[in-house]
Design a protein around this ligand. Structure first.
Ligand SMILES: C[S@@+](CC[C@H](N)C(=O)[O-])C[C@H]1O[C@@H](n2cnc3c(N)ncnc32)[C@H](O)[C@@H]1O
Length: 256
């Protein structure tokens, strides 16, 4: 071990995200297909918000949708651009904060997957995200997202997750404080550099939003319909996800 350093979140996570976590993303594909079923064929343009390494944005690009992708992490944006370049797919990636992002044109659909919305830290931020999403959508456009709920924090943000792949080991110490609706993961990386293993740290914080807070915030931002699905059926191979832990939402921006 040589030395330690603390990084902005989603720097090391970005670098090893696909290697370590890609297999955990398939439930979100199932949720998207189920929830967007009849809507997707009518979607011509869309944006994946908090796009990570661009997996969803590229999947939708492959369906013929004109895609934008937004993420705050420069490392995630770089990886998404590289993946698009390798796949020879047109994807415009914008490095921006989901609270303030602006797209060059309005789109039919915005997705925000894998509890990215839990990453905003206060109600005012949640409101900013809802307003930015509403501004970016055409009237009648849809916003698809999923969140961890309080019972999800209690159930799976309380243990140590550990994974190992060639050249990298990650230990995530997950904790929560349900009285304040917060959870966090202190992440330690051990990354092989020649004969040495370098240790790195970063931290991800999440806040959970009740369905009432989500409903009110979206309504105030101009969404007139909200449907919710419990995510358990999409995560059937994951015994940690039980009813109430995670919810998938679909909101519709009011028509003009
Ligand atoms: C759990 S990952 C999910 C990534 C991707 N949506 C997926 O399904 O794999 C959360 C993502 O949210 C991004 N993020 C966190 N806060 C953000 C913000 N304020 N604005 C934009 N992106 C943000 C992180 O950089 C990270 O890529």
């Amino acid at each position: 071990m040589t030395r330690t350093s603390i990084n902005r979140p989603y720097m090391w996570l970005a670098q090893y995200y696909d290697q370590l976590f890609l297999s955990f993303r398939s439930p979100m594909d199932a949720a998207r297909q189920r929830v967007l079923g009849r809507i997707l064929p009518r979607v011509a343009s869309a944006c994946d918000l908090a796009c990570g390494t661009g997996t969803t944005a590229l999947a939708l690009t492959r369906e013929g949708i004109k895609m934008f992708a937004v993420d705050l992490s420069p490392a995630m944006c770089r990886l998404a651009r590289e993946k698009a370049h390798r796949a020879r797919l047109p994807l415009r990636v914008l490095c921006a904060d989901m609270r303030k992002f602006r797209l060059p044109e309005s789109v039919d659909l915005i997705t925000c997957e894998y509890d990215a919305l839990n990453h905003v830290q206060c109600r005012a931020d949640l409101r900013m995200v809802a307003e930015s999403v509403a501004r970016a959508l055409r009237p009648g456009g849809y916003f698809l997202f999923d969140v961890n709920n309080r019972s999800g924090f209690e159930r799976y943000w309380s243990s140590i997750f550990w994974a190992e792949q060639p050249g990298v080991v990650v230990v995530m110490r997950n904790s929560h404080d349900c009285r304040h609706d917060r959870a966090w993961s202190d992440i330690e990386w051990f990354i092989r550099e020649g004969n040495l293993w370098r240790r790195r740290r970063e931290r991800v914080d999440e806040v959970c939003w009740s369905s009432d807070e989500i409903r009110r915030t979206l309504h105030e931002a101009g969404f007139d319909r909200l449907r919710a699905w419990d995510a358990t059926p999409f995560f059937k191979d994951n015994p940690l996800i039980r009813p109430g832990c995670r919810t998938v939402y679909l909101a519709r921006k009011a028509s003009a």
